[in-house]
Design a protein around this ligand. Structure first.
Ligand code: AMP
Length: 188
């Protein structure tokens, strides 16, 4: 099974991704995590990325697709992929679809974690205390949310028309949200 996990910043994608991947033996590919590890490793690639992340804008599609490419190139024993935080704009949708086609991989569903904006900022500020992410602050969140609305949210319509979209109520306790996801995935 191959899944795209979709949702605004702070919707709990990372937390739910870990649970889904464990249950279904999927490889978790989070572009945010991949970018943070590039920054940490101080690679050439990583230079300049931190500043972009701190503003809340999107990193270039070229960098993102390179990271995705090398993440799925590696041999693995997983039963599929879970893409978390990718694709984030229409160009990334076409890059992903080309890449998957060349590898004969098909997306089975796009899970959309739907969480009201009023709850998102609280969650992000909470995560700041737990994880210390530099982009988890009110100012950056505002831009991340605007970028999400402008660039990423329109993809929902695209996946809906492809009949891949499954909307999940992302409000509640972690285990409750996970139960909703499990119930949805059982239909596959
Ligand atoms: P995330 O961990 O998904 O919340 O992403 C943190 C930040 O990394 C975002 O605000 C963007 O600056 C960058 N980022 C993550 N994924 C992507 C992507 N698919 N395309 C462009 N930028 C991304």
């Amino acid at each position: 099974m191959n899944i795209i996990l979709f949702g605004p910043p702070g919707s709990g994608k990372g937390t739910q991704a870990d649970l889904i991947c464990e249950k279904h033996n999927l490889l978790h590919i989070s572009t945010g995590d991949l970018l943070r590890s590039e920054i940490k490793s101080k690679s050439n690639f990583g230079k300049g990325i931190q500043e972009i992340i701190n503003t809340g804008n999107l990193v270039s599609d070229e960098i993102i697709i390179k990271l995705i490419n090398s993440a799925i190139k590696k041999d693995n024993d997983f039963s599929g992929y879970l893409f978390d935080g990718f694709p984030r704009n229409m160009n990334q949708v076409s890059l992903l679809s080309k890449l998957l086609k060349s590898k004969d991989i098909k997306i089975d569903c796009v899970l959309f974690l739907n969480v009201d904006k009023s709850i998102l900022l609280d969650r992000v500020l909470h995560r700041k205390e737990a994880e210390g992410r530099s982009d988890d602050n009110e100012k950056t969140f505002k831009n991340r949310f605007d970028v999400y609305c402008k660039e990423t949210q329109p993809l929902l319509q695209y996946y809906k028309s492809d009949n891949l979209l499954r909307e999940i109520n992302g409000i509640g306790e972690i285990y409750q949200i996970n139960q909703r996801i499990n119930a949805e995935l059982e239909t596959f």
